[in-house]
Design a protein around this ligand. Structure first.
Ligand SMILES: Nc1ncnc2c1ncn2[C@@H]1O[C@H](COP(=O)(O)OP(=O)(O)OP(=O)(O)O)[C@@H](O)[C@H]1O
Ligand SMILES: [Mg+2]
Length: 926
């Protein structure tokens, strides 16, 4: 199939990523709504607070005098309680004052004040006492004192408590009381009740004015909060995608790095948000866990909030501050944003409303308290902020891409510090990351791997064959993958905990691997957990770098960036752990990866449909991946691996977690898929390996331990052939009374026959059958032996004889055991063996035959031995499952690990370590 390339592929990938992001946003409705509407809610709150707090005054050029100021009804005062009084007064007892107060009530302009709306007291203290006991019942009080016939003094007391901004207490309550008292006192003293006392009050002429309250200080933080919501969410989703290795999966399918970056960036279009987005992208390169991203996001918000406050107070955008400080300050986008808002606020509070227009963006705003403008203190205009924001956007974006490349990804992979100097990178062919480990780590300090010659003849032969091809420069036409001395070392890591620093040593995950994977064949990689299977796959797919050696896939080297970008076009990978978006459906996953792979757009729908059919996922094609069962997810991952008809399919434990029916179905698909392509499969199911594989390689501890067809491995590493002899039992009701004796005789005869000819005892024995394990070295005797047994079937009372090879499971266990023994011997890892007799001693993990310490006696001068049986626990570690009866040690038995190097590492203190005996003598003696 012809895949898209170059620009059309890049554009196809953009579209697919946009669609993916759109679908994710649509599916995660809650978070998208919060993300979208948070900004609206903030701006709405801001609008409300502005409405409530703003006071505006229209322009007044010819102010008119106000002349009539009546005492208003008490109910007009805000928050007054009923019944209320228009005013209260003191001085009761003086006839003159009584007359004055009556005149005040009767001559109130426009409204006569009723009697019940006025309260009289004798003294000022009485008034104060009443006011204290009756709060909010009266807006004002008048106090009169007749000093002599020509002097009457008065005092005005008003409730000046500010309840709302809109209530003008002075003009509404204080001045009317004052004017009424003065008027009536004057009339009383003059003795003319109609004496005119007109006072006019006139405001200044002024332009239109708008006054802001202290709430205005909250405007920049509100905008910042609105913008920061997007920032925190975006950073969260970037880190989550990284954490779930989704990005790695897309890269594996050939996604261009640049497509990924721009798809994210174009989601937001406001300048500040774009700025914060690139800032988020830059920060996300340092964060591995999505849980930390939210914390960091909010920390940035808090820091932004504080620096914004500082900016509002004029730092550093004023003349007195050094240029350096201003530049440093401007790198943090919220500071520029704060300055822009500060400028806009200053400009909008100007009555002339200049400085907001686009044409005036480069002018300094004129504030009402700086009128005429004093440009000395204006060091950054809106235009300057725009330019800074545009520059910092590019700066953060470039830094984000740079850090993304040089900081190790989830597989510890990164590009060199000066990768951008490599022209290949700019040709779009430097997609794979090259170096390993921390930027400050030096991989050269890792210990070199010692070269070990394989002890298995088949592995040695494969190695020599591949080495010879490599030396002669032969490109084997039958080989799909050629692995040449591959070494993968995970560098030492420094883990900083809360109280201490832990250094993990470098780890050789693959140790000098030489192997070919043949075209049109399925190569099955087996091995216990941690053997290095996934690491090989990671090296082949470019997820991990290779430390030494090389691997070529259809002639393209994984160490070469051009080779790697070619490889990505024709490989399909089903990773060990499903890398799927919970919110996308199976069908959408297939479409997305088909687009990333560059399949012709018009064929994608059909291909997705066929793959869903093939994987029996059609019914749940539109269901979200989060609702899929474990097995369904595996099938979807497998389907993704088959997109684009890849020439090499790599399946890392594809059937893990599947039910037997699905598993068999997937086996059929794999069997089908074998035609015309190479498949590398890892599995922990020996049955699967047995059925599907053309060739099997068993790994342990980073080395290939054996290689060959299933039959070859069974015959070489199994304990031999298993012979099952079943005996005929008479169904006749009138069976002879001595039948048991007859059976015993038959059993005895067969046992003797096996002992005599093959020198073996039965492994399992019961009334109906005997099971013998025949070691391989007796293979040559088998033909005559079974011929004779067949002839004497009747004589021995044999009903049937079955012979089979031992299982792959046993081969696997033997190899794992051997590898464990090797490493236990090397590392000196010990475990305690307690015999049924109660004796306890230490043995190296994995040892088969051990001499019981201090068991020498006159009867057994060489001591006693036991055979230890091992199985593996869930973690793949060997554990003791039992032991044989105690038997004498033959005099010619060789010791492999002697008890001299005892009590190392995990050994239990006080226990003696047993000597391990070479099991090869078993074949000679048993
Ligand atoms: N990023 C890493 N850093 C350090 N060590 C690692 C890293 N990845 C893997 N390893 C180590 O490399 C060894 C091989 O791991 P790998 O995943 O290849 O095993 P595997 O054979 O696939 O095992 P399994 O059957 O459990 O999948 C393990 O001991 C593992 O701890
Ligand atoms: Mg694995």
């Amino acid at each position: 199939m012809d895949l898209q390339r170059g620009l059309p592929l890049l554009s196809q990938q953009y579209k697919a990523l946009f669609k993916k992001n759109f679908l994710l946003a649509k599916r995660n409705k809650k978070s998208t709504l919060v993300q979208l509407f948070a900004s609206f809610i903030f701006v709405f709150l801001l609008f409300c607070s502005q409405k409530g707090s703003k006071r505006s005054y229209a322009e007044v050029t010819d102010p008119k005098a106000a002349v009539s100021f009546p005492i208003p009804p008490c109910e007009r005062k805000a928050h007054i309680r009923k019944p209320c009084f228009d005013f209260v007064w003191s001085g009761n007892g003086s006839a003159t004052i009584n007359t004055i107060v009556t005149a005040i009530m009767n001559n109130n302009p426009g409204r006569q004040i009723p009697l019940n709306k006025v309260k009289a007291f004798r003294t000022q203290d009485d008034v104060d006492a009443w006011l204290l006991n009756n709060p909010r019942r009266c807006p004002g009080a008048l106090h009169f004192l007749v000093r002599n016939k020509t002097v009457i003094s008065y005092g005005v007391q008003t409730n000046l408590t500010s309840i709302t901004n809109r209530e003008d207490r002075t003009f509404k309550f204080q001045i009317p009381l004052q004017l009424a008292a003065e008027r009536e006192i004057a009339r009383s003293l003059i003795g003319d009740p109609n004496f005119s006392w007109i006072v006019g009050l006139k405001e200044f002429a002024h332009p239109r004015m708008e006054f802001s309250s202290s709430l205005d200080a909250m405007i920049p933080p509100f905008f910042l909060a609105a913008a920061m919501f997007g920032f925190v969410f975006q950073m969260g989703s970037l880190v989550t995608e990284k954490e779930l290795k989704l990005r790695q999966a897309m890269t594996m399918m050939g996604l261009y790095d640049s497509a990924y970056c721009f798809a994210v960036v174009f989601l937001l279009f406001f300048l500040f948000q774009i700025n914060m987005l690139s800032f988020a992208f830059m920060l996300s390169t340092f964060i591995r866990k999505s849980s930390s991203s939210t914390t960091v996001g909010f920390a940035i918000f808090v820091v932004g909030f504080i620096t914004q406050m500082v900016t509002q107070f004029g730092f550093p955008y004023s003349q007195g501050t050094a240029m350096k400080a201003r530049i440093m300050w401007s790198f943090f986008p919220p500071n520029l944003f704060a300055q822009a808002l500060h400028l806009l606020l200053t400009a909008t509070s100007n009555p002339k409303g200049v400085a907001i227009s686009w044409s005036k963006r480069a002018d300094c705003p004129q504030s009402p308290d700086n009128y005429p403008p004093d440009n000395n203190d204006c060091v950054m205009t809106i235009d300057g902020v725009y330019k800074w924001l545009a520059s910092t956007f590019f700066m953060w974006f470039i830094l984000a891409v740079y850090f993304d490349n040089i900081i190790p990804n989830a597989s510890g992979l990164r590009k060199p510090l000066f990768y951008f100097l490599n022209p290949l990178y700019w040709m779009g062919k430097g997609g794979n990351k090259a170096k390993e480990g921390n930027i400050f780590n030096c991989i050269c300090s890792d210990p070199l791997l010692e070269s070990v010659t394989p002890d298995d003849e088949d592995v040695l032969e494969e190695e020599s064959h591949v080495k010879q091809q490599a030396n002669e420069g032969i490109d084997d036409p039958t080989a799909a993958v050629q692995i040449h001395g591959l070494v993968k070392t995970y560098p030492k890591a420094i883990k900083i905990g809360c109280c201490r620093c832990r250094v993990t040593p470098p780890y050789h995950a693959i140790k000098d691997l030489w192997v070919n994977f043949t075209k049109d064949q399925l190569f099955c990689l087996l091995g216990p957990n941690g053997a290095g299977k996934t690491t090989i796959i990671n090296c082949l797919t470019g997820i991990s770098t290779v430390n030494r050696g090389d691997a070529t896939i259809y002639g393209n080297s994984v160490r070469n960036s051009i080779g790697m970008s070619n490889i990505r076009k024709f490989i399909g990978v089903c990773p060990q752990f499903d890398i799927l978006w919970d919110a996308l459906s199976g069908q959408e996953h297939l479409r997305l990866f088909a687009n990333i792979k560059g399949l012709p757009p018009n064929s994608i729908e059909l291909i997705a449909q066929n793959l869903l059919d093939k994987m029996r996922l059609t019914e749940s094609a539109n269901g979200r991946a989060s609702s899929y069962s474990g097995g369904m997810k595996r099938r979807l991952s497998f389907a993704i691996a088959l997109i684009g008809d890849p020439k090499l399919v790599i399946l890392d434990e594809p059937t893990t977690g599947m039910d037997p029916i699905s598993r068999r179905h997937v086996w059929d698909i794999i069997e089908d898929a074998k035609k015309g392509r190479a498949i590398v499969l890892t599995t922990h199911s020996m049955e699967e390996a047995d059925i599907l594989s053309d060739r099997i390689g068993i790994m342990a501890k980073g080395r290939l331990r054996c290689i060959g067809t299933s039959i070859r491995l069974k015959s070489r590493f199994g304990s031999g052939f298993v012979a099952n002899v079943s005996f005929s039992r008479s169904n006749d009701r009138q069976a002879p009374p001595n039948e048991d004796t007859v059976t015993e005789t038959h059993h005895g005869a067969v046992k003797q026959f096996f002992k005599y000819h093959l020198n073996i005892e039965p492994k399992v024995e019961n009334e109906a059958f005997l099971t013998f394990v025949i070691p391989h070295d007796r293979e040559s005797l088998l033909r005559n032996f079974f011929n004779e047994l067949e002839e004497r079937k009747k004589e021995f009372g044999i009903a049937d004889i079955q012979i089979s090879l031992t299982t792959l499971n046993e081969v696997f266990l033997n190899i794992a055991k051997k590898a464990e023994l090797e490493s236990a011997a090397a590392e000196g890892r010990l475990t305690t063996l307690t015999l049924t007799s109660g004796v306890s001693f230490q043995i190296p993990i994995g040892s088969q035959l051990v001499r019981i310490p201090d068991s020498e006696s006159t009867e057994h001068p060489t001591g006693l031995r036991v055979e230890v049986y091992w199985d593996q626990d869930d973690a793949g570690d060997l554990r003791i499952s039992g032991h044989s009866a105690e038997m004498p040690v033959p005099p010619d038995a060789q010791a492999i690990v002697s008890s001299s190097n005892s009590n190392r590492n995990s050994g239990q203190r006080g226990l003696v370590q047993a000597t391990v005996i070479d099991p090869s003598f078993l074949n000679r003696h048993d």
